[in-house]
Design a binder for this molecule. Structure first.
Ligand code: HEC
Length: 135
């Protein structure tokens, strides 16, 4: 059986939607939950799906900011002004503040679209706090 700290997408699929959010909430609030969030399995697909249409070379988000979600290196490089992810500190990460809508409304991301789900925000935050690794 899966433990509540098992956050990998393969095991998450077996939960129903309701059980999934409860499991995630439990995982987030349970102390000592160190199950790693995978960049390739969890973070990358979400950024590709929700940001990729504008943040790839040729897209308007990329053209304006220089931020591309094409691969891990591009994501860590950030915008033309510098990184938007501070490994181990989601609170200092511009990317996190933008997707949590703590920035100026003009740069809430995804731009003029509905935001990420709560589960996606929790997953991104955990990944950054675990060191934003290319795992
Ligand atoms: C519909 C198009 C669109 C989508 C989808 C989108 N963006 Fe953007 N993004 C933009 C545009 C346009 C800008 C430039 C905003 C500006 O500077 O006025 C931008 C700017 C940015 C910046 C730089 C902000 C700055 O000025 O420092 C970051 C970081 C960013 N986006 C991250 C994301 C992330 C993460 C996602 C997905 C969760 C995302 N974007 C989804 C269009 C988009």
């Amino acid at each position: 059986m899966h433990s509540v700290c098992d956050c990998s997408p393969s095991s998450r699929k077996s939960y129903t939607a309701g059980a999934l959010s409860i499991a995630l909430l439990t995982a987030v609030f349970a102390s000592g939950c160190t199950k790693p969030v995978s960049f390739s399995e969890s973070v990358f697909p979400v950024l590709q799906e929700r940001c990729g249409e504008c943040h790839e070379p040729g897209g308007k988000g990329y053209e304006k900011s220089g931020f591309s979600v094409a691969d891990y290196d591009a994501i860590m490089k950030g915008t033309k002004f510098g990184p938007v992810i501070v490994p181990e500190s989601s609170v200092s990460s511009t990317l996190m503040r933008m997707v949590e809508h703590k920035t100026d409304p003009e740069i809430h991301m995804p731009h003029h679209k509905s935001g990420l789900t709560r589960d996606q925000l929790d997953m991104l935050r955990a990944w950054i706090d675990q060191g934003a690794k290319n795992n």
